[in-house]
Design a protein around this ligand. Sequence first.
Ligand code: ANZ
Ligand code: ZN
Length: 807
Amino acid sequence: MNLPEIEKKWQKRWEETGLYKFDKNSDKPKQYVLEMFSYPSGAKLHVGHWYNYGLSDTYARFRRMQGYNVFHPMGFDAFGLPAENYAIKTGIHPKDSTLANIETMEKQLRAMGASFDWDYEVKTCMPEYYKWTQWCFLQLYKKGLAYRKEAPVNWCPKCNTVLANEQVVEGACERCHTPVTRKHLTQWFFKITDYAEELLADLDKIDWPAKTKLMQKNWIGKSVGGEITFKIQGGGEFTVFTTRADTLYGCTYVVISPEHPLLDQLTTPENKAAVEEYKAYAAAASEIDRLATTREKTGVFTGSYAVNPINGRAVPIWTADYVLASYGTGVVMAVPAHDERDFEFATKYNLPIERVIAAKEKGEDDSLPYTEHGVLVNSPGFDGMNADDARKAMLELLHERGCGGFKTNYRLRDWLISRQRYWGAPIPMIHCPHCGTVPVPEEDLPVELPYDVDFTPDGTSPLAKHEGFMNVKCPVCGADARRDPDTMDTFMCSSWYYLRYPDNKDDKMAWDPAIINKMLPVDKYIGGAEHACMHLLYSRFFTKAFRDMGYLNFDEPFASLVHQGVILGPDGERMSKSRGNVISPDEYVNKYGADAFRMYLGFGFSYVEGGPWNDGGIKAIYKYMERVERLVERIQNAADDHDAMGEEEKKVNFVLHNTIKSVTADLTNFSFNTAIARLMELTNALYRYTDGPINKTYALNTIQTMMKLMAPFAPHFAEELWERLGGEYSIFNQPFPEYDESALAQEEVTYPLQVNGKVRERFSVPADLDKAGIEAHVREHFASYWEGKQLLKLIVVPGRIVNVVVK
Ligand code: ANZ
Ligand code: ZN
């Protein structure tokens, strides 16, 4: 059959009959199947897109056939740097290139045969979408979850914009891999940290890959410890965060981060020059570099001293860049005897190192630095205590004295969302000389992104140079005011798109709670693992924040998550346009058809693992499909020899129901390759069967069932053969086959295995397995019973028992 031809036929028919239209009023249980939407940056879908969208479509079709009311929308994450960078290179405006790309990609997704309901499409760069992105911003602002502050921020000198912490990977820009520098800027932040505890705790509620949950857990980085206040000699005080309050007697100096606002005040005139020089040195390094254990410890003395509150000892205050301004309080009590970094530092600068913890067990090596939780020594009032008890006792004592207490810290930082780039949603804020920062009134949304903007990057926001955009009247006092010139991080657009889909045309509100409370959470979310600590964390935060504002009533956006594996280019690298190692599916699709290509992607890889691209198996899949087509013809043309369910039919039936059972389980688990392997076995069994005299009614029923099993993998192909077999349109309105336990049970016999008179095992084998086969099975699986011994006897009593005597 000409697969590309029949694909056109069915796509047309599906379109005309509205097969994939979502029925809002259906009384079937809903199933929201969602793939992470696409960046329309490259105009063409590559193999990786097919892998993601083709196979998750297989899943969606399966759910539909299982009787769910499947909601399967698609859209585009259309703002962002790639389009803007492309524009800078080519002169084509981001809006034009983006919309053109979207159109092409939509066509390609249709050609794939994906069952999206395009009526629910969203495009984040359109005013009717970003109006509501801006509305989300305003709600967060009203709720006190959006604020503006000056802070040292991550700056990518190549992308010419600030980045969120989550977008800095090993000290470099996540997008272009340029080392990130720091800048002091006034920027907008979202208070995701307010939700740190819930974001952590609710990981237990969701069915996500363990690795992804662990990444979020580590990113949130909960740390239980305490805060201790030190007085500064000569006046003032500061607080340190520590997880080891038990080591306070061993604190021989303190370290303040080079960015800390107290530092200047602490620096004595004779140390000023050295401290200034050091601050400049520290500013050049990234946080990751600064925390690296391999980085050489450096620092300078400030000239000031603090008082250790437990023993009144004067300890020198140093500044060093292994202490970060953004974590804890930005000041550390250094305990060189029991902390690796402090030890290295103290050794280098000749600061005292004093043991306060010793090993619990005699003979254990507790040479310094000793970082285990042993027992306290040299700590009057605490000696002999376990470190963990002492930590609590110490904090309680300090608390009584008014200079300390328990404290839990999180590594998670607030989410920086301002970007100094053009192609994004403008921040809906106005700066008035009289009223300060004023939100744009909701009825004035959207704040439209102007088209005629010079967006050549120069480190300032392109919108700042557009007078028509910038000049605005203050909505409070009417004075001349200026708009905020920054745009929002595009992760903001993707933090709520799954809420928009079910109500995508609403022009009164971002989403109707009555609708989305029914449609969400997403039942199955499919997308890349690289989003673990960005999109997937931000979306959880959004859901919780809008729940608390009363706009929705569920706690988590994505109940169940699957990460597809990565298809690597021939160079072993992740396929991406920027690497130039992209394989285009077109050649294969034109030659073998979309279904053969999809089936191949399903069969050739383990979905969650992916692997290097290799087209070796496509032809074999195509041949397999031809073989299935011939099988259908063979059965249709066969003579009807009898109508009994004899031995041969039972054998086939066993394979059939086994296939139904496995394919159902495999599809549920995104294990497409094993499911297709089972279908191939069923095909073989049917060929064997049709070599002999057949029960035609049974054979026709069986091949029809097989078409339903194949339909999610090869939708056009199965629909065509289904029609040829006289099936009613559409195969996708048919229920997915269910297996019959009795067909499986009949065909197996369970044997007890007796070893020296005692039953040790029970095992099942096909009922028609002969004596020799049963003996072979036992020898293969249970050899451990006579390992190192002698097997004296192995007796098979067919249908009853297997007896083994060993010595
Ligand atoms: C004294 C001490 C003694 C510490 C000891 C450790 C071992 P986590 O678990 O990651 O939260 N610390 C605190 N604030 C810091 C900052 N801004 N930059 C760098 N380091 C900082 O680690 C908490 C520990 O990291 C704290 O406990 C502090 O050192 C250090 F034997 O205080 B500790
Ligand atoms: Zn004003």
